[in-house]
Each structure stands twice: as structure tokens, then as C-alpha cells.
Design a protein around this ligand. Sequence first.
Ligand SMILES: [Zn+2]
Length: 91
Amino acid sequence: MILVETGFMSLLEEFLDERESGKPYQRCSMSRLRDHLSEADRQDLDAALADDRFTGAAIARRLNKVLGDNAYGIKGNTVQRHRNGVCSCPR
Ligand SMILES: [Zn+2]
């Protein structure tokens, strides 16, 4: 479906990120899904994020597979925003 490929989904996703906004600060879904990972998986995720051989889309696919609903339906562009430090996470 064309809307999905033209950025509508990322807008919707940003809206969903906004909706989660709150206390004491707003973290993006990439940060929130980390809460559902084991320590070992968190380390693997950090290693993957630091390695540009893994695309955001590949990481998102993996997270959705491993975490199911707890991945918040994360998309590659959300992974990339977090990776590049332009997400909603406090900094
Ligand atoms: Zn983030």
C-alpha cells in the first residue's frame, strides 16, 4: 500500500511516540522496548546498533520477531532515529 511507503506510517508512528509522552520524560519506542529485553539481548542490541552493517530495518525486524507486541511495532526509521540521536529520548 502506497501510503505506507510514502511516510504516512512514520508520521503515525511519531504521533504514537508523542502520545506516550510523559513522566518523567519521554522515551522513544526503541528505548522503551529495551525494558523488555534480557541483559544479554540488550548487549546484543547495543552491539547491533553500533555496527552499521545492520540496517535499522533489519534490527526492527529482529526486535519485532523476538519481542512481538512488546516491540511496539517498531520500524526501521525509529531504530535509525534512536541510533542517530534524533529521537524523542531525553539527552
Ligand atoms: Zn530514543
